[in-house]
Design a protein around this ligand. Sequence first.
Ligand code: IMP
Ligand code: MG
Length: 175
Amino acid sequence: MADYHIEVMIPEDEVDRRIKEIGEQITKDYAGKQVHLICVLKGGSFFLCELAKRINLDVSLDFMSVSSYGGDTKSSGVVKIVKDLDESIKDKEVLIVEDIVDSGRTLSYLLSMMKDRKPASLKLCTLLDKPSRRVMDVKVDYTGFEIPDEFVVGYGLDYDQKYRNLPYIGVVKFD
Ligand code: IMP
Ligand code: MG
């Protein structure tokens, strides 16, 4: 039997409403431009789909997948690229779409790597942010919700690869 249960932290209608707001903000901020959304798999995928539908501009998409190195290198923030982007981002208006910024290690590494590829602009949009957990300084341009230091699932986020498909943000409570 499971020794935990999941409680609702942010209900579905609130998540949907906030994504709509961010989409409207992005539409204003990038007016007249094409936005190139980069989704960090797998967690960012649910947010990316909902967000892209709320951006009233030309949008193109690309996907990448990364995993953290274990052991000593973890603190250095080096992440391994499991799947790189299909297309060049040079001269594009790039917006990285993530599920959550926690320690900031993944994003700090990804942002510096993306910067080297010379996009026209580079911004970061995250559904969730746990600022109290930050180890590496990361500038977040669009945040859905700031949340406390709790382990959350749903809307792309998993616990042991499960619960990504929950339509709300849940918190894992250990019994
Ligand atoms: P970082 O610590 O900011 O590098 O975050 C690394 C990754 O850890 C995130 O992209 C998520 O995939 C995962 N993660 C961090 N916090 C949570 C959580 O509360 N639930 C599920 N995954 C999480
Ligand atoms: Mg992630």
